[in-house]
Design a binder for this molecule. Structure first.
Ligand SMILES: N[C@@H](CCC(=O)N[C@@H](CS)C(=O)NCC(=O)O)C(=O)O
Length: 106
């Protein structure tokens, strides 16, 4: 797993904290091209935002969705570890739900 991070982003810091707390095996990397709107980064994540998590070639955005995925992949409690595939499926559903909530507000 790889987290595309900008140190000054408060949204990315939520994910960094979760990664540090869990001591999770996630590479925290800077934004390719040095800018959220660089062609290199837009190719990876067309929203051009941080944070974004890369997992087996798939990109997951939204700090809350990322943190839920991290919790399921690296649980801190004794709750059972869910499979990465089902975590990703749930992350996709949450992303869809959170973007439809946002568009119904506007
Ligand atoms: N709802 C998103 C917000 C992410 C966000 O807006 N991040 C800022 C940096 S703090 C960003 O990427 N801004 C660039 C842009 O909106 O184009 C999340 O929770 O991850």
């Amino acid at each position: 797993m790889k987290l595309y991070n900008a140190n000054l982003s408060n949204f990315a810091s939520k994910c960094r904290l979760a990664i540090y707390e869990k001591n999770a095996k996630v590479d925290i990397v800077p934004i390719p091209g040095g800018d959220l709107k660089s062609p290199e980064y837009l190719k990876i994540y067309p929203m051009g935002k941080t944070p974004a998590l890369e997992l087996d070639g798939e990109i997951v955005g939204e700090s809350e969705v990322i943190n839920e995925l991290l919790e399921e992949s690296f649980p801190t409690s004794t709750s059972s570890r869910r499979s990465a595939r089902s975590s990703r499926r749930r992350a996709r559903r949450r992303r869809t739900r959170s973007s439809s909530r946002r568009s119904s507000r506007s």
